[in-house]
Design a protein around this ligand. Sequence first.
Ligand code: F0G
Length: 461
Amino acid sequence: MNTASHQLRCTECATVISRDEATSNFRCPLCNGLYEVIYPWTSVTKDTTANLPNPSALRWLWQERRTSTMAIDQSGVWRFRDLLPILDDFNQAVTLREGNTPLYDLPRCAKVAGIDWLLAKHQGMNPTGSFKDTGMTTALSVAKQRGFEWVACASTGNTSAAMAAYAARAGLRSIVFIPEGKIAWGKLSQSMDYGSLTIQLKTDFDGCVRILGELVKQFPIYLLNSVNPYRLEGQKTPAFEIVEQLDWQVPEHIIVPGGNLANSAALGKGFTEMYQLGLIPRRPKVSIIQAEGANPLYRWFIDSNRVMKPMTAETRATAIRIGNPASWRKAAVTIDDLGGWCEQVSEQEIALAKAEIGAEGVGCEPASAVTLAGLKKLVKLGKVQREERAVLILTGHTLKDSQYTIDYHRDALFTDEERAQLSPEDVARHAALRKPPIVLDAEPDVVLRTLEAHMSLPQPV
Ligand code: F0G
């Protein structure tokens, strides 16, 4: 398979171009739409017997590569390179051995959500602590292959951390634009540590995107935001891993957080390609969950006229604090095509879900916790049935935003107004989950008395 095997197709007007014709902002010059990477298998149906990769051979090959000592085989993205023919030479791939992330079961979270079996695909277990690594290895490898010296992104923190790391590995120079004061410290520290030129703009994420869009038109900088279709090629691979980890069974539901709205589309693309190649007999529903204060897709979803209205976003889940999502149409098509829903969740619901995921010994960042909070609502609405299998996509590691976690456990997260909105059951639930650090005198008696008091308390569900 070589690069002639892929082209770019506008997701709005369907114009197909070669890989070399893409403009610096990855927008279609005819209609401003975004591109997607297409392959010989993109337009076939499951039943077409064209000269396509063989499902059984692929399954065997992907498994076999896990025992190899080659870097591209050890990568949980490039292990699937047969469905990613985007590089001239795969040995030039820039990899930190991303992917191969765990699929955990969450029995206690399943119980609070009201279903029998709940799984979490923990993309926070990637090298820089978020799902962005899977897309950065592909798009940055393309940047390197095309001879770019500079790469850049606007970010709420995770894309920038991933880009900085992969650029450093490749020996490329990187520029990060982040909204000043509105990203978690863990993420900001990463782009500095990996040697990026870090620029904090006095605006929000959407403002950063605007500025960067102008810059890439004037300087030879390779844009690594998720409008770059090669990002989605890497981000589709967790779909392959999920079914592989389930012994090629397909779960009924995938629940994804929604911010700039590329990841949900990438996962949908992964499932669709597997279906087209006959690797799976059906596709799961993909549902997208947004924070109430950053919910443009939810508003589109419930609007009878289906109009997307950009908004000013506000949420403590800073990763998804996005009011004008670039890939909203791709996400909308994913919901419609695979048959999922869109839900919104409050700040209190996000905090509770995050504590519940943490209490299972798994943990995640606030933006990832919207998935559990959203699942609870989908179960109540009857969209997810008790016996159906759901997979939460946990997008970021809990250490990304430790300040949020500390504030939560010290009961310093909510405003008085937010506290007043909690039901008595929720107040009790939060109280049972909170584990603030206890400061004691270094006296055995004092420590013993405190332990006795705590050991007599019941374990929260
Ligand atoms: N979860 C986390 C932890 C994220 O960092 C992001 C996006 C999302 C979910 C949403 O994914 O944008 O594809 O819908 N973070 C971007 C960034 C915007 O700059 O790191 P999406």
